[in-house]
Design a protein around this ligand. Sequence first.
Ligand code: NAD
Ligand code: TYD
Length: 355
Amino acid sequence: MTRHLLITGGCGFIGSNFVRFIRQTRPDWRLTNVDVLTYSGNLENLEDLTESDDRYRFVKGDICDRAVLHPLITEADAVVHLAAESHVDRSILDSRPFVQTNVLGTQTLLDALRRAQANDGRPRRFVYVSTDEVYGSLPLDDPDNKFTEQTPLDPRSPYAASKAAGDQMTLAYFHTFGMDVAVTRCSNNLGPYQFPEKVIPLFVTNLMDGEKVPLYGDGKNVRDWIHVDDHCEALLAVLERGQAGEVYNVGGNNERSNIELTLAILELMGCGKEMITYVKDRPGHDRRYAIDASKIEADLGWKPTRSAWPEALRETVDWYRANRTWWERVKSGAYRDYYKQQYGARIGAACACED
Ligand code: NAD
Ligand code: TYD
């Protein structure tokens, strides 16, 4: 039974939504959020919690650092592991941080869990938040073909390859050491607090600034969009009811081509097609992702309830329109100062002691 949950990467997009979601749905749980605050980690995503909630603790720390993890895992009952380098385009520019955090960081967490279990005999559930991108790319001309949990992994970007390595390492710890792990593979998320390098917040905020939107290649690549709240529901379902050693696909049943998505954003923003700039395609750009989520629906009773289109997109666009200060501070870099203001006196102190 979970009483104290350790969340990694809780200052990122999905992580901050998940922290808030757990706070609302499981108000009696203690939460520890360990996050090293890379460029995509933003304490302002959780501004409302950090100052007021004594069951919530933020720890600035690196998941590759055993000394940080050991005390956190010892006291935790379960871990939901979201910390990652998450942007495909960055992985094309430099894949090294992806291997460091997504592979070595995951292995460090798994070893810390194994040691804690060996010390006190208490198994702790570990949920690895993987991605549909580990399956590779589907063709556009076969709409019934979707990724199932049996689809062989075929990652094609350095990001996807590093996530697949973490995903397989997690399952290896089930088979080899009998550890209580489960893996989720989710499709593209949309919602509040997404870093404005990803397509939806980038396009909306560009348009709000009167700038054009850069559409890669022919714009026909397809993504299967899910609202982040539905993803959070799925993570909780797997944490509480998933089977050890199992993989669960998670998707919104919501396939859109990038051009469809772009035209919908333009319409919501009251802009015309002249605001699109077609730019050089991403190298190795996966053509289509599509998730068959029937296993989690049948086994755990999960279903997306917030991802209906176009409402989910409209709500998301409205959030960025209403929260200009949030994304302006991200785009200008001002959000980096927030940590110093809140925790400045303790910078340099042992990370794991910031409670
Ligand atoms: P994000 O980039 O917004 O957040 C990642 C967080 O991890 C940041 O707060 C960052 O500071 C933290 N982090 C990075 N390296 C760390 C380290 N070494 N130690 C501690 N913290 C570290 O990413 P996101 O979009 O919220 O994605 C979260 C997870 O969900 C990732 O594992 C990603 O692969 C997975 N995922 C994302 C999507 C999506 O559409 N965004 C879809 C499926 C799966
Ligand atoms: P992205 O948000 O980077 O997510 P992912 O690569 O993990 O799917 O991109 C979503 C889709 O949008 C993808 O097909 C690439 C495309 N895209 C653009 O056309 N222009 C952009 O500026 C970005 C960031 C993405």
